[in-house]
Design a binder for this molecule. Structure first.
Ligand code: ACO
Length: 153
């Protein structure tokens, strides 16, 4: 735990805070409250078959004193055929608001999401990041593996 902060699953009430904080990461674009709530419902509705484990595990860290969202991030659990039909975790959309950066919240968030993945049984957890964030993820225990490739439109 980080004193003064609470980590929990994203809820529909987090609309403004989550949309605002993701702007430190990338372009969020036009996402209405209604669309946000639909997506939270979708995240909440999908379980890994035969388990009580959710596929999407979006989290927020909230500052207790103000109720402000200070950080957000997600781990998505992918059931594969390889590795004995193993689970692979994908850490996505990590953002700590500018005025809360440098207080170990990012590391705390990655530790929590990693714990969610490992407790679900993931044989590996992976993420893509900008080269400038490599030292941060190394501090969180991650190592470089492979090269990210993409196609965009
Ligand atoms: N370069 C070197 N070291 C770093 C960096 C960096 N860019 N960022 C953090 N660290 C180090 C810290 O110094 C600290 O080291 P220490 O434990 O020795 O003191 C350690 O990493 C943990 O740092 P935190 O305070 O937990 O980092 P913070 O809360 O500021 O979060 C983050 C880091 C998430 C990169 C934040 O700066 C941020 O939100 N940036 C903008 C959005 C972004 O780039 N998100 C990541 C996208 S990748 C993805 O989503 C999978």
């Amino acid at each position: 735990m980080i004193p003064g902060y609470t980590i929990r699953r994203v809820s529909k009430d987090d609309y403004e805070g989550v949309i605002d904080i993701l702007k430190v990461l990338t372009v969020v674009g036009d996402v209405s409250r209604n669309r946000f709530e639909e997506i939270v419902d979708y995240w909440d509705s999908i379980y890994l078959p035969g388990t009580s484990t959710r596929q999407h595990n979006p989290h927020v860290i909230v500052e207790d004193a103000t109720g402000q969202i200070a950080a957000t991030g997600n781990i998505i659990l992918e059931r594969k055929l390889i590795h004995d039909a193993g689970l692979c975790g994908h850490i996505e959309d990590i953002a700590v608001s500018k005025n809360h950066q440098g207080k170990s919240l990012g590391k705390f968030l990655i530790d929590k999401l990693t714990q969610v993945g490992l407790e679900a049984g993931c044989y590996k957890i992976i993420l893509d990041c900008d080269p400038k964030n490599v030292p941060f993820y190394e501090k969180c225990g991650y190592t470089k593996a492979g090269i990210e490739m993409q196609i965009r439109r």
